[in-house]
Write a protein that binds this ligand. Structure first.
Ligand code: HEC
Length: 149
């Protein structure tokens, strides 16, 4: 309990969290940017699948199903140009001025235990969508069998 709370508090305090290791963000490039894995058949690794699930727990109610925008900006489009650090800064800390939409403010999710540790996974999922590698809808997971649940 205690170490987890501490880790969450530290996560919330970090402005730029490039070095935070989210539970399933095991695929990072040399700069620590999490990398999705999508096979030719459209199936994804567990970390990217986790991002799909976590995105649709919360973000979708403002940003729309499949990341395509609703009250808040289309994040599939945003991630075509937005880098990982900027994404994390916004996802962790939120946006104070509501300039891009009338859908309300963008809250920060860094301190949310259901989302804060999974923002890397959400990034992977949205980046795969932005790169045109992943179709809308629930992806299959190619590593499901190894995981035993
Ligand atoms: C209560 C509604 C709401 C929820 C829930 C929400 N957002 Fe947002 N988000 C917004 C709004 C509104 C903006 C636009 C802020 C502005 O005016 O710049 C935004 C902007 C963003 C941006 C910047 C987009 C750009 O192109 O500038 C990112 C990235 C983002 N949100 C990620 C997320 C993620 C990841 C989640 C889920 C963990 C999430 N948001 C959940 C409302 C929301």
């Amino acid at each position: 309990m205690m170490p987890h709370l501490l880790a969450t508090a530290m996560f919330a305090g970090a402005m730029i969290v490039a070095t935070v290791s989210a539970p399933l963000a095991d695929e990072g490039d040399d700069d620590g940017v999490p990398q999705y894995v999508v096979k030719d058949d459209g199936s994804v690794n567990k970390a990217t699948y986790q991002g799909y699930r976590r995105y649709h727990m919360e973000c979708h109610r403002c940003h729309g199903a499949d990341g395509l925008g609703h009250l808040a900006p289309d994040l599939v489009n945003s991630l075509k140009t937005m880098d990982y650090e900027t994404f994390m800064e916004i996802a962790v800390n939120g946006v104070e001025a509501n300039i891009k939409s009338t859908g309300g403010v963008m809250p920060g999710f860094g301190a949310n235990p259901n989302l804060g540790p999974y923002l890397d996974n959400i990034y992977m999922y949205l980046k795969a969508r932005a790169d045109g590698k992943l179709a809308p809808g629930r992806p299959d997971r190619f590593d499901r069998e190894e995981l035993n649940f």
